[in-house]
Design a binder for this molecule. Structure first.
Ligand SMILES: C[S@@+](CC[C@H](N)C(=O)[O-])C[C@H]1O[C@@H](n2cnc3c(N)ncnc32)[C@H](O)[C@@H]1O
Length: 140
């Protein structure tokens, strides 16, 4: 059986105590901060996706550089309940839930730009008003 992570004593020996698990990127550059499991960019965006990033993302995102004291105020109508999905991939789950529950507010966070572009397409197609997106990682 293949063992992974810091539960494997061989990792602790090789990397030293406190070292990140093998599956984490040890470089910790701005492109790959700790806690990011995946890529930031993939293949070239389609024209429509690039356009949505330019035109729709600014209205669908929010300023995450400061604490958000009232997350419900991010939405045009105050949601009955707030949901957060960290790492929404291409947004299929996020958009499906948001269409099922238009009175709930959904905040999605995704580091992969192509995933954000796909989610914007779904949001645009279904004209969802109850989704806010953040492109990036939630941890510093
Ligand atoms: C398994 S996939 C998405 C699954 C999606 N939640 C679903 O249910 O369909 C995991 C996603 O998490 C994203 N991810 C990984 N680490 C992240 C981080 N620190 N911040 C934001 N997104 C992250 C990856 O880019 C990837 O798209």
């Amino acid at each position: 059986m293949k063992r992974q992570g810091l539960s494997d004593p061989r990792d602790i020996e090789a990397a030293g105590p406190g070292a990140p698990p093998r599956h984490e990127n040890p470089a910790r550059t701005p492109e790959h901060p700790p806690g990011l499991y995946g890529r930031r960019k993939g293949k070239k965006l389609r024209e429509r996706q690039a356009e949505l990033l330019r035109t729709a993302l600014p209205g669908a995102t929010f300023d995450a550089s400061r604490p958000i004291l009232d997350a419900a105020a991010l939405f045009p109508e105050r949601p009955a309940s707030l949901w957060l999905e960290i790492g929404f991939g291409s947004g299929e789950h996020l958009a499906t839930e948001a269409s099922r529950h238009p009175d709930f507010g959904y905040i999605g966070c995704e580091a992969f730009l192509n995933g954000v572009a796909k989610a914007l397409t779904l949001i645009d197609e279904s004209q969802l008003r109850n989704v806010r997106l953040y492109q990036g990682t939630p941890a510093p």
